[in-house]
Design a protein around this ligand. Structure first.
Ligand SMILES: [Zn+2]
Length: 464
């Protein structure tokens, strides 16, 4: 601890705390060192620049994805990880194609007008001239189910916005995303010939946001997201012209399976090397923008945990393992493959797993998740570290869902953590062409890396 004022502040925090004995001066100083190093000597921002600008977006199974796996493996090796390896797996591969068009045709008030749109992942294609049909607007899956076969040969328009009253935008997203993830499949089952969905965003611009839609065994129909303003315009026109028609064009296709890789790097534990603390993010992104917030930021933060331990000469007792997961966006095959590996590797215990997959904004805390038996002691223990974390803005330590990839380790009894950044701007960029390096703030990204490293330090030192 270099700053005397900071030290006095810490001391007063500790005196005021009912957990005054829960951590030592050494911990306070070590966590201060971690943040100081993350804000001055982190490599996270430069790694992110390379991922975004030299490699770009990287859908699982694409050549860019392989380049990203090779690059991050090389960086993890260079920073001094004890082992680095690539875990191969097969992933489905979908091509967006060149055409995505949603056009209002022959409106009595505005004539023809193109709407801002983007195909959803695993959307089907249209014939070359597209599909033209009337529109049925619904606000929910339940509303569609009530209509049933009345949507046959029509285009279903899902138009329930994210709930702006939710303070955490993740709750707003969670409350609306069923329209995108399962709406098109259900519309197809009822005989609809295409589907358009209001973008999952609260930003009132007209940038469309893509994302996964799941057809399972149903033949995919064309499914596209509309920009916020375009969805508003369509809804307004439909209120005046119920027989309004849309022309929809896409040329998406699905290729044979491709190979992708989880990137895995360890700093071996000095006392309990078989107890693993995973830090991770997902290396794949949607095939637009640069995958900067989602989830290049999380990957470079996880890599930086190893980097910070190395730079500070912290020798962990347990093994710290960075896992960059493949293919989260289009099916989570990377997480599934890693969880299988963890389950079958009886020599290792997956003690804890932290993921950053909620954007590179200022960290506010961690959500925690575990099977009920494992939860109680662990969550109570983490609360004892609160006073040491609060000075860095990490006050939000609550049970909740962690993150998608590490969630697959839950059944092993692993204690899961999701880094919780401020959520207000995440869905401005999520799955959109605006998710680029320039929209990530260097200091906010570095504070997130520091938060991850501090939590790993405390878990490693004290356990649960
Ligand atoms: Zn993500």
């Amino acid at each position: 601890m270099k700053n005397i004022l900071q030290k006095i502040l810490f001391a007063s925090f500790l005196l005021a705390s009912p957990f005054a004995q829960a951590q030592t001066d050494e911990d306070v100083e070590k966590v201060a060192d971690i943040f100081e190093t993350s804000l001055t000597k982190s490599s996270a921002y430069e790694w992110l620049r390379y991922l975004c600008k030299n490699i770009g977006h990287r859908l699982g199974g694409s050549p860019a994805y392989t380049a990203a796996a090779n690059y991050t493996a090389q960086m993890l090796d260079t920073l001094g990880a004890d082992t680095v390896w690539l875990q191969p797996l097969k992933v489905p591969y979908w091509n967006r194609g060149q055409v995505a068009k949603v056009r209002i045709v022959n409106s009595q008030t505005i004539g023809n007008q193109d709407l801002s749109c983007i195909a959803l992942g695993f959307s089907g294609a249209t014939p070359r001239l597209g599909i033209t049909a009337e529109i049925v607007e619904v606000k929910s899956i339940a509303e569609l189910e009530k209509l049933g076969n009345k949507v046959k040969n029509k285009i279903v328009f899902f138009n329930r916005p994210m709930d702006a009253t939710k303070v955490s935008t993740f709750y707003a997203y969670g409350g609306a995303v069923d329209q995108r993830s399962s709406g098109p499949r259900l519309a197809a089952e009822f005989g609809a010939i295409a589907c358009v969905v209001r973008s999952m965003t609260l930003k009132q611009d007209d940038v469309p946001h893509s994302g996964m839609t799941v057809f399972n065994n149903v033949k995919p129909i064309p499914a596209l997201a509309l920009g916020y303003q375009s969805a508003d315009l369509l809804a307004e026109l439909l209120a005046q012209e119920p027989n309004l028609r849309l022309n929809v064009q896409t040329d998406c296709s699905t290729s044979p399976e491709q190979t992708a890789y989880n990137v895995i790097a360890d700093i071996r534990g000095s006392e309990r090397p078989n107890e693993i603390i995973v830090v991770g993010g997902h290396l794949d992104s949607w095939d637009i923008g640069e995958g900067a917030h989602d989830d290049g930021a999380g990957c470079v933060q996880a890599m930086d945990v190893l980097n910070l331990f190395k730079r500070l000469g912290i020798r962990p007792r347990r093994t710290i393992r960075c896992v960059l997961f493949a293919n989260e966006e289009n099916g989570m095959y990377g997480a599934t493959t890693y969880a299988e590996y963890a389950k079958n590797n009886k020599k290792e215990i997956h003690y804890a797993a932290l993921e950053s997959d909620a954007g590179g904004h200022s960290p506010r805390g961690f959500s925690m998740d575990a099977v009920p038996d494992a939860q109680k002691n662990a969550f109570a223990k983490v609360q004892k570290w609160r006073e040491i974390l609060v000075p860095y803005g990490l006050y939000d330590l609550q049970a909740g869902s962690s993150a998608a990839d590490v969630g697959k380790l839950r059944e092993l009894g692993t204690i899961l953590f999701g880094l919780k950044p401020d959520s207000q701007r995440y869905f401005d960029f999520h799955h959109a062409k605006t998710d680029i390096f320039e929209n990530v703030n260097k200091r906010e990204l570095e504070l997130g890396a520091g938060a991850m490293a501090a939590m790993v330090y405390l878990i490693d030192k004290y356990g649960f």
